[in-house]
Write a protein that binds this ligand. Structure first.
Ligand code: FEO
Ligand code: CA
Ligand code: CA
Ligand code: CA
Length: 692
């Protein structure tokens, strides 16, 4: 999802305060800037005595030329004719590249099949209410949420055909969620308002229920098709589900609200983008752009709000339903963080402090209370990536803060991992670090601990809770490196290198273009990787290099600066996942307003690509429908099934076209229907490993 997610129906004040969601970029000037900066960076690196090859390390190797697969029509279909070049010796990538596509469907390589599973609105629990555009808020709470994002397959008894598919629902597109929105002139993040400027409580509650997480029991049948298994394992968690806090902030006065005067509990999880999977088999949902749900008093506010962009204007305007909600007003009023009561225990001034965390969910216990693990820091968490757990060693995880010029963090547990006893309590004690990337290819982890790295009571960081509540402010003082919007990460199961997507940052200036963020006006993004010193994930130093600079053919570069080709060009890398054979699966999120325009024209719709971490080979594996991003990629243990999420098809529809019913996408079809986020299940006709 774009960082600036600003629902803004005709709110002049809001518009005046914020730049447009997608500033138009004239093509020639843009390309010139990017390529100039790329050259400038080479010069910079050379002048520092650093060969470009050192930044783009690894081996170079020519890409095999492989025939492309077919474009599916509406919905998904098995792709084209057999491809004689499928077997590429010594390559991890054994499939034929699919071409960039702007079709409203899914493309997969020859020999592969794709099946749609669990679209938004599919009933999964309770009374299993059938999907319809006029479903109520209560029905939505028993159905798949919207905007599928990070996802994991938890096998049952180690099975690769029977398990729990757990996924985030990052947000909802109001105009496609409500029957009453039909015919209105609404843009992608606009919300329908009543004539008096308030919001309809039933609509807002439906939006609240379309957010959160789904746990869905799925099984492959004898014919190879995957189905939902109805039963008690299935669960919806929403933006209203009660949760508890653990770690240093639990019970902190700054978490007290009228609903939890002790500051120990909160309601719901918001804007869950990517996810994490713990070594003890639980699911972590990460809270990313939660700030747009809140409004606060004008005037001075604590850094725990201002450093996070909580403003006197709300994007989602959920609080505006309170006036129409009678005794239920509190569930909406909590999104207004104004000080109204005599103390924090009498209002919701602290409600924004209940968000920006990582939430642990036990998918195997449908009655478990989700836990917000506060020691992992508070920011716009994209996801959480664990280093492989080692018996007797600390647990280590990485997490990116997806905003422009924000940081990459690492958490190292205080207590060692023991497989027999490990649980979420390991995440409640430890040290949070932020990364500094030096231009010479070295890096250091800066402990965010009072008394270290410039943090003290005098500057607001006298305690661990102070540091965690305003992790961004602590990392500012410590001198962490501002990055180009850190998205997902992944750890190479072969050599332990950590990869992170830096999706874009069009505001980076020439002076700021350096290190792992080498391009000014960075519209395409890049992928950085690093090796912890001594291969020890708890080390305090590392060495880094760029794995690729995304872009079209003039701008995209792979390892050692080798140009990307028609089969490998990509932009705005977001999701990353390594399979057990060390294929790095890269999912793209070109903003829907940029798709198939200007500098993105050659790139087509968003795509899933696979890369070989040793050779740097990159090859496009799947293309998505119009307006959608590709996310959530994860496989079964035997690697014969790959699950991929298609998020926000049709989001590129302009307001006028929406009003006229001319949507950019009807995926997954048939052609007259609403676009719906959904999971796609990829298998091979010969039953083999995906990508091999
Ligand atoms: Fe929700 Fe960082 O994308
Ligand atoms: Ca997303
Ligand atoms: Ca993104
Ligand atoms: Ca993302």
């Amino acid at each position: 999802m774009p960082e600036r997610m600003l629902p803004g129906t005709a709110d002049a004040a809001f518009a005046a305060n914020e730049e447009p969601l997608y500033a138009p970029v004239p093509q020639p000037a843009f390309q010139q800037v990017v390529s100039t900066r790329y050259q400038r960076r080479e010069v910079l690196l050379r002048s520092m005595g650093v060969a470009l090859a050192a930044v783009f390390g690894g081996l170079s190797r020519s890409e095999p030329t492989l025939a492309a697969g077919a474009i599916a029509a509406d919905g998904v279909a098995p792709a084209a004719a057999p491809n004689a070049a499928l077997d590429v010796p010594t390559s991890r990538l054994g499939f034929g590249a699919v071409p960039a596509s702007n079709a409203d469907g899914i493309t997969v390589p020859a020999g592969y099949r794709a099946q749609v599973l669990l679209p938004w609105g599919e009933p999964i629990c309770g009374d299993y209410p059938a999907f319809a555009i006029n479903n109520t808020a209560a029905e939505q709470a028993q159905q798949m949420g919207s905007h599928h994002d990070g996802m994991h397959f938890f096998p049952l008894q180690g099975s690769s055909t029977d398990g729990l598919l757990v996924m985030n629902h990052e947000y909802a597109e109001s105009r496609f969620l409500h029957a009453a929105a039909a015919g209105l002139k609404l843009n992608v993040f606009d919300v329908p308002l009543r004539a008096d400027g308030s919001r309809d409580p039933e609509q807002v509650l439906k939006e609240i229920h379309a957010h959160g997480v789904s746990v869905a029991h799925v099984r492959r049948d004898e014919r190879g098709a995957w189905q939902l298994v109805r039963g008690a394992r299935n669960r919806r968690i929403t933006a209203a589900t009660p949760m508890r806090f653990s770690g240093p902030l639990r019970g902190d006065p700054r978490l007290r609200t009228a609903w939890s005067p002790e500051g120990t509990h909160g309601r719901g999880t918001l804007n869950n983008c990517a996810h994490g999977v713990t070594p003890w088999g639980t699911y972590l949902a990460c809270e990313e752009n939660w700030r747009y749900y809140f409004v606060r008093d004008a005037g001075p506010a604590p850094a725990s709000l201002t450093r996070y962009g909580v403003e006197p204007l709300s994007g989602w305007r959920w609080h505006l339903a309170a006036a129409n909600a009678g005794p239920d007003a509190d569930q909406f009023a909590r999104f207004d963080a104004s000080s109204r009561g005599a103390s924090a225990g009498e209002d919701f001034r602290n409600e924004p402090h209940a968000f920006g965390w990582v939430v642990e969910i036990d998918p195997f216990d449908p009655n478990s209370v989700p836990v917000k693990r506060t020691h992992l820091g508070r920011f716009a968490h994209e996801g959480v990536i664990f280093a492989p757990a080692v018996e007797g060693r600390p647990v280590v995880l990485y997490s990116g803060d997806d905003s422009r010029f924000e940081y990459i963090y690492k958490f190292v547990s205080a207590r060692p991992f023991h497989a027999a006893t490990a649980d979420g309590a390991l995440l409640d004690e430890g040290t949070l670090y932020a990364a500094r990337f030096d231009n010479n290819g070295q890096g250091e982890w800066l402990a965010l601990v009072p008394g270290q790295n410039g943090l003290s009571a005098a500057n607001g960081f006298g305690s661990v809770p102070d540091v965690l509540l305003n992790s961004r402010g602590a990392a500012d003082l410590a001198g962490a490196t501002p990055m180009d919007r850190p998205e997902w990460g992944a750890v190479d199961p072969g050599d332990g290198q950590v990869y992170f997507s830096l999706t874009k940052n069009e505001r980076r200036t020439g002076e700021q273009a350096q290190g792992p963020n080498p391009r000014a006006a960075n519209e395409f993004g890049q992928i950085v990787r690093w090796q912890e010193t001594g291969g020890d994930h708890s080390a305090s130093t590392f060495t880094w290099e760029l794995f690729l600079l995304a872009g079209d053919e003039p701008n995209g570069r792979g390892l050692q600066g080798k140009p990307l080709t028609a089969d490998s060009i990509l932009a705005n890398p977001d999701g990353l996942w390594f399979d057990a054979d060390r294929r790095l699966w890269i999912q793209t999120d070109i903003p829907d307003g940029n798709l198939n325009t200007k500098g993105w024209s050659a790139l087509g719709n968003n795509a899933l690509l696979a890369a070989d971490p040793e050779t740097g080979e990159v090859r496009r594996f799947l293309t998505g429908p119009r307006g959608a991003e590709i996310t959530g990629c994860v496989g079964t243990p035997d690697q014969t099934t790959l699950f991929v999420n298609i998020q926000h098809p049709g989001a590129s529809t302009a307001a006028k076209a929406f009003a006229a019913g001319r949507w950019d996408s009807h995926w997954p079809g048939p052609s007259s229907t609403l676009p719906r986020s959904a999971t796609v299940v990829i298998t091979r006709e010969d039953g083999g490993k995906i990508g091999a």
